[in-house]
Design a protein around this ligand. Sequence first.
Ligand code: ADP
Ligand code: TRP
Length: 321
Amino acid sequence: MRILSGIQPSGALHLGNYFGMMQPAIDLQQQGEAFYFIADYHSMTSLFDAAQRRKNTLDVALDFLACGLDPQKSVFFRQSDVPEVCELSWLLTTLTPMGLLERAHSYKDKVAKGLSPNHGLFAYPVLMAADILIYDSNVVPVGRDQKQHVEMTRDIAIKFNETYGQTFVLPEPQIRESVAVVPGIDGQKMSKSYGNTIEIFGEEKPTRKKIMGIVMDSRTPAEPKPDADKNLAIQLIKLVEPQATAAAIEERLRAGGMGYGDLKKQLFESYWNHFADARKKRAELAANLDYVNQVLAEGAARARTLARTVLQRARKNCGLE
Ligand code: ADP
Ligand code: TRP
């Protein structure tokens, strides 16, 4: 089984990215041959600062390795180190109906938010299809917001296979339902573009301040809170504490006698401790960038070998060779 996923270097990674995509991807390393990449080409659709892209790309590499991506088990690389995906993207784009792209939620959401779309943003799902298909991927671990993109990949692959003969493996999205949508500090989906994130490796003081600033209702500490399970801090604590510990905190809130200030302090402590080991590992990696760059270079070489084989199969089948 081949597993593949990617993440854009479009800003600091957060708990939504971690629990929705990175942790499931890291767990899957044991179950098959995993390919994970930093989607720097995709970040070009919305980030127009070269130095920032370079920095974010390195940060994503550090974050992923610190969180447990094991380069002995997984192929870890930068998307643009395999430029073959751009050629495959062209082959696929000629079979992609405009209507399919016009129905993409992520595109529609961005336009609705006032972003003035470039052609790259519109064609984003086609490049993503190329990413997935060029490695003959079977399983794609992602958060729920990416499900439609994987379904579009299947549609495009089916169309290609029907038109030019069997060429591509059909991938399946894999979504961990319990963390399909991690809420941000405002209760909406946590997202880099909504300014509501808790970063995985945020600095201590600003992150504490952010968490203490979460707005809650006006009930006094003494009041029982029968709806404790709906509380945002409780939902986040459930992600970073063992089940029994989180259940005990939820029970204290439910019973009354626990105020929101204490609850938020608890959330900060739980979050901070949860990532303590990864934070230490990240600092070690940051002091050894030669190693990180070597991991990415080796990953790129392995990914490229496979990508070339699949691209050649596609080129042949559609009459370019
Ligand atoms: P963002 O919305 O912050 O820009 P990305 O689109 O870069 O995040 O997403 C990277 C990965 O993280 C994707 O697989 C996406 O589904 C997942 N993801 C992002 N936000 C969340 C969230 N709030 N809950 C669950 N998964 C998420
Ligand atoms: N679109 C994904 C996101 O924003 C990133 C991505 C690019 C991706 N190519 C991919 C994810 C291929 C999975 C497979 O999160």
